[in-house]
Design a protein around this ligand. Structure first.
Ligand code: AMP
Ligand code: GLY
Length: 423
């Protein structure tokens, strides 16, 4: 099978690494790619925003299957254009990608299908949003409706904070994404991410993970795209997984099919495990970054046929095998991230790969023959171990072998799981 992978982050490096191990693969192309992905795939100079050009490339190179990593191209309709050209695609249509692209869309679906989630209201003006906020009281959560690069959410612990967040959204702090605002009840519990393949009719559970969204140790500082992750998340017991499938994933899949927009791709459910059980915080319509990196380290099965089955309606009867280990990844980012940071800073040394450790590249590039950091999140130092503690030790040992003056990282990735092991 000839495959084109779209994307350039650590998530896509992990997907490329795993797809490249498939006996079914004959050729892997990637665009835009990065130096890590280039070890697994032939990088092609394609403007991935130019959907017609991507389709033309696929037809010319006789690509059998396109795997789309990030949400941007999906929400913009890349999968629709490729499918119309007769090319199989992993990733939902633009209509189905609304599950991530519009928080209000997802909340309405939850309401229609009785999917457990926080009570909410949708607003297009500040006055009525504020009236609702005052009536509900704090703590309360204010969300820009559209895609805001993970920054459109304010968890307000006081009424003043909540009212200010409403003002900010309507004043254009998140651009068009904030033209509509969702106000949502605060959910108290432990967060987990859950991943599940769907072909529109059949859902096949992948695995759980936990991300670390705040930039600083002890979950302090501003939110980021994710500073580290591990899998599995101990809070996702087999009972919680079963309930998540039955109460959240299956009704979502049914709801999408009944609305005429069957969902094919990966459901990434952001969950809060509350006293009542799993409740949905949000959906993403692609793998998590850096959650994908730890999932790929743990997956024993061949990934490519699973993704292809999700894309072609043939998931029924398939199964997935996992390594019975914890995988943990530490994100190394450019100093200043998630604010502004210097670009093209040199990375002098990386740890040598082993059977249990792997470095996935995110914002890196080659410049004058040397590796440089070009992005906010730059490297994902990943390890597996017999316990969360062992995986953590392995990952941090590898981190200490990185020579990059402008890099920083959190020192406590996996703390919840490690604390449970010690308890
Ligand atoms: P999101 O972008 O929707 O993932 O939200 C970012 C973060 O805000 C989540 O990872 C949660 O930590 C937090 N959050 C979002 N919605 C809620 C909620 N209803 N209750 C409590 N925390 C929330
Ligand atoms: N790590 C969170 C995300 O990919 O959205």
């Amino acid at each position: 099978m000839k495959v084109l992978l779209i994307g350039s982050g650590g998530r896509e490096h992990a997907l490329a690494w795993k797809i490249a191990q498939s006996p079914k693969l004959t050729k892997l192309y990637a665009a835009p790619g990065n130096p890590g992905i280039a070890e697994e795939a032939e990088i092609v100079a394609l403007d991935t925003d130019d959907h017609a050009a991507v389709a033309e490339f696929c037809l010319k190179k006789k690509i059998d299957f396109v795997v789309v990593g990030p949400e941007g191209p999906l929400v913009a309709g890349l999968a629709d254009v490729l499918r119309a050209a007769g090319i199989a695609v992993f990733g939902p249509s633009a209509a189905a990608a609304q599950l991530e692209g519009s928080k209000g869309f997802t909340k309405d679906l939850c309401a229609r299908y009785h999917i457990p989630t926080g009570a909410y209201g949708r607003f297009t003006d500040a006055k009525s949003a504020k009236a609702y906020v005052r009536a509900q009281g704090a703590p309360i959560v204010i969300k820009a409706d559209g895609l805001a690069a993970g920054k459109g959410v304010t968890v307000a612990m006081t009424l003043d904070e909540a009212l200010a967040a409403v003002e900010d959204c309507f004043a254009g702090a998140f651009g068009a994404a904030g033209a509509e605002v969702v106000v949502e009840a605060y959910l108290d519990g432990e967060e987990a991410s859950f991943f599940c393949l769907s072909d529109g009719k059949t859902a096949l559970a992948l695995a759980s993970a936990q991300d670390h969204k705040r930039v600083g140790d002890g979950d302090t500082g501003p939110n980021t795209g994710g500073m580290g992750a591990y899998s599995p998340a101990p809070v996702m017991t087999s009972e919680m997984i079963e309930r998540t499938m039955k109460e959240i994933i299956e009704p979502t899949m049914r709801g999408m099919a009944e609305s005429g927009h069957p969902f094919s791709g990966v459901f990434f459910a952001g969950l809060m495990i509350t006293a009542k059980g799993p409740e949905l915080i949000e959906y993403n319509v692609r793998f998590g970054d850096p959650e994908c990196q730890v999932l790929m380290m743990r997956m024993k099965s061949d990934l490519l046929p699973l993704l292809y089955a999700a894309a072609t309606g043939t998931l029924a009867g398939m199964a997935i095998e996992w390594r019975d280990e914890t995988a943990l990844t530490v994100v190394m980012a450019s100093k200043g991230y998630p604010g502004s940071y210097a670009k093209n800073t040199p990375i002098q040394a990386l740890p040598t790969a082993s059977a249990t450790t792997k470095v996935f590249h995110a914002g890196t590039a080659m410049k004058d023959g040397g590796l440089v950091a070009t992005g906010g999140r730059v490297l994902n130092i990943t390890a597996t171990g017999a316990s969360a503690g062992a995986a953590k030790d392995g990952a941090y040992a590898a981190v200490s072998a990185v020579a990059w003056d402008n890099g920083f990282y959190r020192h406590d990735i996996g703390w919840r799981a490690v604390a449970r092991e010690k308890a």
